[in-house]
Design a protein around this ligand. Structure first.
Ligand code: ASP
Length: 266
């Protein structure tokens, strides 16, 4: 077993420009690994990785967030500390530069786990979390992507075939040298989504979960399925309660997700 471990993701789906994505992911995971190598906490490593992913327009989170049907970004993010089971989550915010930093502030500086748009934004201002105008997210690329989705009258995953590039939800999971786990997920959700729609990424147990007793998980995929099946919590349950290894547990959680989602579609 190595001293520490760290995994990050930039969303599911096909990658059209793998070199650019791999380069960005490698650069960011290296920064996170430096934190862990110098005895930093898993929580610090996942926060830093997701913050850097949010700042990179290649990914659908923070600056690169996709736009909803009204042409505005509504970001969701969550973070969980596996050592204490503390968690912070935020949904539907349209003026926060780094939603993961707001989720972390909610975890550490409020009495709550989950705050949503205007209340979350007011909390952010009170805590000095960096706010930006809505136009920060309305890049040419995102406006064009929204126009294409509107033509097809569909809400689309950022990495659907239509997209000219893969730009996905982001996440990070880590185990530090002390054995503590942490997980973080951040997203702009789905292009052309309804105003007020919240996916799984900000929901503890659905798109993110961490518990030292089992594992740290960050999910990506169609949030409506993940919300119904709580796959992140399912993986933890299978590991802790049924003593499955990580691979078996994730395969089983995915199998359950796919089987039940299929039934729902019928
Ligand atoms: N899970 C995200 C959502 O539904 C989308 C994604 O993973 O790309 O908001």
């Amino acid at each position: 077993m190595s001293d520490f471990s760290l995994m990050i993701h930039g969303g599911a789906g096909a990658v059209r420009e793998p070199e650019r994505f791999e380069g960005a992911l490698r650069r960011i995971i290296t920064r996170g690994a430096e934190v862990l190598a110098s005895d930093g906490a898993a929580l610090e490593a996942v926060t830093l990785c997701v913050q850097l992913l949010e700042d990179d327009p290649l990914f659908n989170a923070g600056f690169g967030s996709v736009l909803n049907a009204q042409g505005i970004a509504e970001c969701d993010a969550a973070i969980m500390d596996g050592r204490t089971l503390s968690a912070g989550a935020v949904a539907g915010v349209g003026c926060i530069k780094n939603p993961i930093l707001l989720a972390r502030a909610i975890m550490e500086k409020s009495d709550h786990v989950f705050l949503i748009a205007p209340g979350a934004e007011e909390f952010a201002r009170a805590q000095g979390v960096c706010c930006v105008p809505a136009s920060y997210f309305q890049t040419q690329e995102r406006l064009a992507q929204l126009a294409r989705a509107k033509e097809r009258s569909a809400a689309a995953l950022d990495h659907d075939a239509e997209a000219t590039k893969k730009l996905g939800t982001v996440g990070a999971v880590a185990r530090d040298k002390k054995g503590n786990l942490a997980a973080a997920t951040s997203t702009g959700g789905m292009t052309n989504k309804s105003f007020g729609r919240v996916g799984d990424s900000a929901v503890i147990g659905a798109g993110v979960f961490a518990d030292n007793a089992s594992c740290a998980v960050s999910c990506t995929g169609v949030g409506e399925h993940f919300l119904r099946m709580s796959p992140a919590r399912t993986v933890a349950f299978l590991i802790e309660d049924l003593a499955m290894d990580t691979k078996k547990a994730t395969d089983e959680a995915q199998r359950r997700l796919e089987t039940k989602s299929k039934a729902l579609a019928e």
